[in-house]
Design a binder for this molecule. Structure first.
Ligand SMILES: [Zn+2]
Length: 580
């Protein structure tokens, strides 16, 4: 028999032989104790009954699977009083009775199962040369006691956070309990009821502080199960309630915000209006033309790629035209000009005959002739175009009032032509144009900006694009000026946030008193709810404990639940969540 020092093995066996193939190590072990205890009466015996062989899977070695062939024995129990007559030899430090895997392999599979669940765990185990099906992994979880969670709960928690979590959102909920001092989950309960939570609190009489959300269920459970404990309302939930309260106030006063937006839109439009505006609302020109001034400027879109291309072509043509004219003025003949510039003689002749740059503008964008009728309104339309009116519909309506009977499409075609010729004007008009109306932010957004003006200005929110624009800021300022309830609740809300951030529990009474006098129904209701839960709210403003880490553990729970595609039962989920 040999026992190489590089392969340690339990005292109860000795290594007998070692064989290796390409994929396997086979280690033969022989039981070597002189006397063994009876598993029933622990009486030591050496009366051999028989020998037999067990094959066990062990942890892999050097990237090869390991099989142990264990030569084991059966013994007679020599204790006359014992009911057992024959028993198999036990190896408590190597393998469990009847097991086909060694304890160390079983434990490794258990931890893989805990970390990854069935299917993913089985894939990892296979890669590590530890063959086990996904069912085996899940069974190994069922068999083991829960890990650190159970020991922590034995360690008598003092500060506990409680919250709910969803089996299925909106339908079925459970309860999670965390030890806030040790930063771990202590227990999961299968439902969200005050009875089961109270029962759990009763089983843990060492609890001194309970941090909870603002729902009545856990408050009642804490009162019933742990009357000795101090309750603390979660600060995040308090702030959430505050924000929702302000949002209701904003919703009720939303018409003021709409009015402020309308006023601002008018102001913007007035700034845009031509200075030539006269008292009767008409813009008069030297030619005697009078054009009505409209107070909103439509937003013009930038030129399309096709329009830019067409504009470039026109510029090239114009350059070519200038070159022809210059050469002609220098006395160069038509044939020589055509040769020099690479143009046909026909083109040179056409350019020179035209007298001015021949626009292709006489044809519509799709090559169709523009109706002659529109020529009568060209001057009017071009004046309006220069003023920055780019909307075909607006212009069509205007010239219809002046007697134009043609279609809207004709106006569109003309405008398309002008846009192609002058994309810069379109661009400028985009930059300078005031929007038709000022967009109104949602009540939720407004209430958030009102409560956290500094945060809303921060770099992070600029990146996320949720920062208020300059226009929205002006709008909100006007909104506060005109609406007393919004102004009052905003200022009280900011005080409350500051009080909470600085843990100024002493100021709570005064704040509650002053807030009641604001006479805003929503605020009064909020104050009432705080008074009903006074000691917990006071605790939130006094202690550092909060439910933040419970929320984090709920996220971890969700991740584990989704890893198992939501198919794990409560027992398995609990084991995985409680394991660290
Ligand atoms: Zn016995």
């Amino acid at each position: 028999m040999l026992t190489p020092p590089s392969l340690p093995c339990p005292d109860s066996v000795a290594i007998h032989r070692l064989a290796a193939s390409d994929t396997h190590f086979v280690i033969e072990l022989t039981a070597c104790r002189g006397e063994v205890p009876c598993p029933d009466c622990a009486h030591l015996t050496h009366r051999l009954h028989s020998r037999y062989c067990r094959t066990l899977a062990d942890l892999p070695l050097q990237d090869k699977a390991v099989s142990l062939v264990l030569h084991s024995r059966k013994f007679f129990c020599t204790n006359g009083a014992c009911k057992t007559r024959v028993f198999t030899e036990r190896f408590p430090d190597l393998v469990a009775p009847y097991a086909r895997r060694t304890l160390s392999l079983h434990q490794a599979l258990h931890f893989i199962g805990l970390a990854l669940g069935g299917r993913a765990g089985a894939a990892l185990a296979r890669a590590l040369k530890m063959h086990a099906s996904r069912d085996t992994l899940l069974r190994s979880l069922q068999g083991f006691a829960t890990g650190r969670g159970s020991s922590a709960s034995r360690d008598a928690p003092r500060v506990v956070g409680i919250d709910d979590w969803a089996f299925r959102k909106g339908q079925r909920y459970g309860t999670i309990l965390c030890d806030l001092e040790r930063h771990c989950v202590i227990d999961l309960l299968a439902d969200r009821s005050s009875q089961s939570a109270a029962r759990w609190f009763r089983d843990h009489p060492t609890i001194e502080i309970i941090s909870r959300d603002r729902s009545g269920i856990y408050a009642q459970a804490a009162r019933q199960g742990a009357p000795q404990a101090l309750q603390i309302a979660d600060r995040w939930h308090l702030l959430k309630n505050l924000g929702e309260m302000l949002q209701r106030v904003v919703e009720r006063n939303y018409q003021h915000l709409r009015q402020a937006a309308r006023d601002q839109a008018k102001k913007n439009a007035a700034r845009q209006t031509d200075e030539a505006q006269t008292e009767d609302g008409f813009c008069r020109f030297n030619s005697g033309l009078a054009v009505p001034v409209i107070t909103t400027t439509p937003v013009a879109r930038g030129p399309t790629r096709a329009q830019e291309k067409s504009h470039c072509q026109r510029e090239r043509r114009q350059t070519r035209y200038q070159a022809v004219v210059e050469l002609h003025q220098q006395g160069v003949g038509k044939r020589a000009i055509a040769r020099t510039l690479g143009l046909s003689r026909m083109t040179v002749r056409r350019y020179l005959r035209a007298g001015e740059f021949p626009e292709i503008a006489s044809r519509g964008a799709k090559g169709r002739e523009l109706p002659k009728q529109i020529d009568a309104h060209r001057e009017y339309l071009s004046v309006r175009w220069e003023q920055g009116i780019r909307s075909g519909t607006v212009l069509w309506n205007e010239i219809r009032a002046r007697g134009f009977t043609g279609s809207l499409t004709a106006v569109y075609r003309l405008l398309r032509l002008w846009r192609a010729q002058d994309p810069a004007a379109v661009k400028n008009s985009v930059a300078g144009a005031a929007p038709r109306c000022v967009s109104i932010p949602s009540p939720r957004q407004v209430s958030w900006w009102l409560l956290y003006p500094e945060k809303a200005q921060s770099q992070a929110y600029r990146r996320e694009g949720v920062q208020p624009t300059r226009q929205a800021k002006a709008l909100i300022e006007t909104f506060q000026e005109v609406s007393h309830p919004v102004r009052a609740v905003t200022s009280r809300g900011r005080e409350f946030i500051e009080m909470m951030a600085n843990r100024q529990a002493d100021c709570l009474d005064r704040w509650l008193e002053e807030a009641t006098h604001e006479n805003v129904p929503e605020l009064t209701h909020f104050v009432k709810s705080l008074r009903q839960d006074y000691s917990a709210v006071h605790g939130a403003l006094h202690f550092e404990w909060s439910n933040g880490q419970v929320e984090g553990q709920v996220n971890r729970l969700k991740m584990i639940k989704r890893q198992m595609y939501g198919r794990a039962g409560f027992v398995l989920l609990r084991k995985r969540v409680l394991a660290d």
